[in-house]
Design a protein around this ligand. Structure first.
Ligand SMILES: NC(=O)c1ccc[n+]([C@@H]2O[C@H](COP(=O)([O-])OP(=O)(O)OC[C@H]3O[C@@H](n4cnc5c(N)ncnc54)[C@H](O)[C@@H]3O)[C@@H](O)[C@H]2O)c1
Length: 245
């Protein structure tokens, strides 16, 4: 696979290292110092892997559009307009109004995506059980709960029928059936752990995912890129790419 990396930071560098040791070819590394070359460069890669910054997203989309290069993006905090631009690119944004294969995911870990995939089935089977989410991260993390914890809650409750309760303290009353408690632990160097507990009468069912390093995100993204380049134009997510028909 020939890959263009846009955003040659921590993710970009680890993607290059992993691709190179697998025998793939990184044909371009684009970052702040050479980003203008995207305006004129022809198609050179089978796929763009973008882990950069929303300030770069429009240029990356424009390049993918002009050259019909499939785009895999993991850049977070894009605007709603930028997500719409990704969808438009996938549908009809390539040359002559054709679409381009496009994938965006906030978390490329295979385990987390399997977790999301399984949760709706578990939540349906364990209807009426009490659901609590716990996430643990290193002591440098500045926000809580984690984006992934919120995504797990969304996977259980896509229509927002449950009240999300961030931690509990004081005289908060008994728990209602229609709530999901979300709890954040912080300490040490933990890369990221997520646990969903389903509490029934005299039994507890729990699912846990533990991330050991960024490598799981890189491996998941590279695996997804291999699938994406074989796909027809369109907008994909990890659910459709990994588990779709
Ligand atoms: N989806 C996932 O699984 C996943 C995993 C890790 C990180 N991320 C996201 O990927 C992005 C990058 O993460 P990182 O940890 O590698 O960050 P990083 O800061 O190490 O790297 C970002 C790179 O993008 C470059 N960049 C920033 N603005 C640019 C611009 N306007 N033009 C060209 N280059 C520009 C920076 O110079 C830097 O080299 C972030 O949005 C992060 O949240 C997503």
């Amino acid at each position: 696979m020939k890959v263009m990396i846009t955003g040659y930071g921590r993710m970009g560098k680890l993607i290059e290292k992993t691709l190179t040791s697998a025998g793939d070819q990184v044909v371009a590394r684009i970052d702040l110092d050479n980003s203008t070359m995207l305006e004129t460069l022809e198609k050179v890669a089978d796929v763009i892997m973008d882990f950069s910054n929303p300030s770069f997203t429009d240029q990356v989309i424009a390049y993918s559009s002009r050259t019909a290069t499939p785009l895999l993006s993991g850049t977070t905090n894009m605007t709603a307009l930028q997500h719409k631009a990704l969808a438009d690119l996938a549908e009809c944004g390539g040359p002559e109004g054709h679409g381009v294969p496009v994938l965006w995911a906030s978390n490329y870990s295979l385990g987390i995506n399997l977790f999301m995939h399984l949760l709706p089935q578990v939540a349906t089977a364990l209807e009426d059980w009490d659901i609590e989410i716990t996430e643990t991260h290193h002591n440098k993390k500045v926000d809580a709960p984690s984006g992934t914890a919120k995504s797990l809650a969304d996977a259980i409750d896509p229509e927002g029928n449950y009240k999300r309760v961030d931690g509990r303290s004081g005289n908060c009353g008994v728990r209602s059936k229609k709530e999901i408690g979300i709890h954040a632990l912080r300490g040490g160097t933990v890369t990221g752990e997520h646990k969903v507990d389903f509490f029934g009468n005299d039994e507890v069912f729990e699912i846990t995912h533990k991330a050991g390093s960024r490598q799981i995100l890189v491996d998941g993204a590279i695996g997804a890129a291999r699938k994406l380049i074989l796909k027809r134009p369109g907008l994909y997510d990890m659910e459709s790419l990994l588990f779709g028909a």
